[in-house]
Design a protein around this ligand. Structure first.
Ligand SMILES: NC(=O)c1ccc[n+]([C@@H]2O[C@H](COP(=O)([O-])OP(=O)(O)OC[C@H]3O[C@@H](n4cnc5c(N)ncnc54)[C@H](OP(=O)(O)O)[C@@H]3O)[C@@H](O)[C@H]2O)c1
Length: 170
């Protein structure tokens, strides 16, 4: 069975983990404070979930979701993620993360900085320099999955996502 590792188990990591378990995957959850602090999260997700350190979640996952405040991106362990697909949900919010000049100036994207941290890992939604196409406010950032009031959401296939990515303007 495919195992999905999670670095970050908050609002987004927890939601993707629940949906992953519903789809039949095992999940390994982690955060910054250690596995003991994730007992309630894991119990809530169910028997296909367990808690681990970030290093272990990265090493155990066949696919790994990184879903942390962007300011912490340098703490994501690179070595265990080499050769793996990494799903980066992180967004740069300067008011939360502190200002990062290359992002403020549009010289680089937050996903490019994470990719540099994770030398050897992979992402599959196109060129990292184009990752602005999925930043907050773009057509792919939520709308394909339906209204926020519908908690179960609407599955969106690859064609819908690629079309929304194409529609983005900077
Ligand atoms: N909320 C949204 O609607 C939304 C939508 C799309 C994308 N995003 C982006 O996705 C990311 C996560 O958002 P969220 O709303 O899920 O945040 P959140 O609820 O605050 O959860 C953040 C998680 O990251 C963990 N974490 C923090 N630093 C860490 C580190 N150094 N190593 C491992 N885990 C660490 C936290 O654990 P501790 O509590 O132990 O520190 C917590 O489990 C953010 O970049 C956000 O901007 C959010």
């Amino acid at each position: 069975m495919t195992i999905i590792g999670f670095i970050g188990s908050g609002y987004i990591g927890g939601t993707v983990a629940r949906l992953s378990v519903e789809a039949g995957y095992q999940v390994v959850m982690s955060n910054s404070r250690g596995p003991a602090t994730l007992a309630d999260v894991v119990a809530d997700i169910g028997p296909l979930a367990r808690a681990a350190s970030a290093e272990e979640a990265a090493a155990t996952g066949d696919i790994v979701v990184v879903s942390i405040p962007f300011r912490a991106y340098r703490s994501v362990p690179a070595e265990p993620l080499a050769g793996k697909a990494v799903l980066d949900t992180c967004n740069y919010y300067p008011e939360r993360d502190g200002h990062i000049a290359v992002l403020d100036d549009g010289i680089e994207t937050s996903s490019e900085l994470l990719q540099r941290q994770l030398a050897g890992a992979q992402v599959d939604a196109g060129n990292l320099a184009d990752s602005w196409r999925q930043e907050p406010g773009t057509p792919v950032y939520g709308p394909p999955y339906g209204s926020f009031s519908d908690e179960s959401g609407t599955p969106a296939g690859e064609a819908v996502i690629r079309e929304a990515l194409e529609k983005a303007s900077r």
